[in-house]
Design a protein around this ligand. Structure first.
Ligand code: UDP
Ligand code: MG
Length: 162
């Protein structure tokens, strides 16, 4: 019935989140994961990888005409990136809220970039900007078998349904 459908919807929405090399090197992995975890979202995939420049270009293909594209792809491929998939109701849009505006000078305090970053070229985190990019980015970064299906013990408390 209806409550059951809400639970299903919550389980279906997934977004791709990555801590970029600056966030990893600054020791911000635990802090950033905590924010998604404490909100009530469920971690379904995670790995530490150094992407190649070609891979970074694929990830940021939408920005290939922008002047910062080459430097951005060099940077993303310069060191370890923590790639993750997070799941939950509204996680794509609300994940972007948790992250804050692209330019940390404009990110609100309380957001990840607002609290932890200063300049746009070192804004520590990536998050998918919509449902289509979320699917594309999850498929680019993860094989299907790397996505872990499990029931979170917290779910019935986060969503208030059984
Ligand atoms: N970026 C940059 N200079 C700019 C705009 C963006 O270096 O003027 C970088 C920044 O790291 C940003 C990434 O390019 O996170 C991707 O840009 P996008 O507009 O997709 O921002 P995001 O979705 O990450 O907020
Ligand atoms: Mg973007």
């Amino acid at each position: 019935y209806m409550l059951h459908d809400q639970t299903q919807a919550a389980e279906l929405e997934r977004t791709f989140i990555a801590i970029k090399p600056d966030g990893v090197q600054r020791g911000l992995i635990a802090e950033i994961i905590s924010r998604f975890e404490q909100k009530g979202y469920k971690l379904v995939a995670i790995k530490l990888v150094v992407p190649s420049k070609e891979f970074a270009q694929k990830h940021y293909h939408d920005l290939s005409e922008r002047p910062f594209f080459n430097g951005l792809c060099d940077f993303l491929s310069s060191g370890p990136v923590l790639a993750m998939v997070w799941e939950g109701e509204g996680v794509i849009k609300y994940g972007r809220k948790l992250i804050g505006a692209t330019d940390p000078q404009k990110s609100e305090p309380g957001t990840i970039r607002g609290d932890l970053a200063v300049v746009v070229g070192r804004n520590i985190i990536h998050g998918s900007d919509g449902p289509e990019t979320a699917v594309d980015e999850i498929n680019l970064w993860f094989k299907p078998e790397e996505l872990v299906n499990y029931t979170s013990n917290a779910e019935k408390w986060v969503y208030g349904v059984n």
